[in-house]
Design a protein around this ligand. Sequence first.
Ligand SMILES: Nc1nc2c(ncn2[C@@H]2O[C@H](COP(=O)(O)OP(=O)(O)O)[C@@H](O)[C@H]2O)c(=O)[nH]1
Ligand SMILES: [Mg+2]
Length: 288
Amino acid sequence: MGPSKGIVRIRKMSLKIVLVGERRVGKTSLLERYLKNHFAEEYTGTLGGRVYPTDLEVGLDGEDIALTHIAFFDLMGEHSVRKTFAEPFFFGTQGVLAVCDVERPETLHLIKDWMDVVTKIVGPIPIGIVFNKIDRAGSMAIGPEETAWLRTEFPGVPTFMTSAMTGLGVEDAFSTIVSRTVDTVLAKGKKVRSGRLLRQRVLLYLADRGVASKNDIFVAMRQVPPGEVMDELDNLVRLGALTLDEAGTSTFAKAADLPGTVRYRVTDRGKKIAESPKGEELAIEEIV
Ligand SMILES: Nc1nc2c(ncn2[C@@H]2O[C@H](COP(=O)(O)OP(=O)(O)O)[C@@H](O)[C@H]2O)c(=O)[nH]1
Ligand SMILES: [Mg+2]
């Protein structure tokens, strides 16, 4: 289903985006600048964390839009969060802005430690690297050595030069991480939907014939990679919608380990699911 003329689809989603980085690099100032367009001179370092909830509209392909509710998480007790409270703090994070201070190169290298902690908890997610305090260009300590290090450690990761003080580059850094996070979340959703579609096709094919061999099913689904078809056969057996037709295969065997001649038979339950209207087809998704 590509974007079709005249129809605007609206996707609603909630996102969690976290700012990481050492103390005093400017995380809180960047958030304050981006969300409230204001800059506080004094330093108000406190323990814990703080959430800035925001609603943003993001343009998608064609005319489609995403209505996002974004929770930006700001660190306060930076050290204790990385060492002790990482799991609850980063749980469910979908995007990261990693901030360093152009006057302190060590804050760039420590981004690696922050990302290791985050990735361990939520896996690979979109990230943007922010070089803040660019208004201090005169005392900038980030040179070719740092740039080379960055390319090795974070290949392909977008970088931004920002100043929370003047506002330079701030909008770009935030809007890029937001749109990358939205794209990633939507891509994951697409995967689930095509999985549902394949499940229904396999089930209808078998409900029609009663029995079919693994090879026949591959031929019927030839546009789909065999690995995906086998995963779906395994799911349907687990759901009790299909059984293996061979005598003596009472214990569950993975489709990948079985010969092409092995036959699958649709069960009464499988027939019922195949016949049910669309809404109910999807209900089986929950059971897996
Ligand atoms: N010159 C300059 N100072 C900044 C900038 N961003 C933050 N600061 C200052 O750096 C200090 C630490 O900022 P803060 O946002 O509290 O850092 P955090 O600990 O990472 O949240 C404060 O004194 C800020 O005023 C910037 O872009 N330029
Ligand atoms: Mg702060």
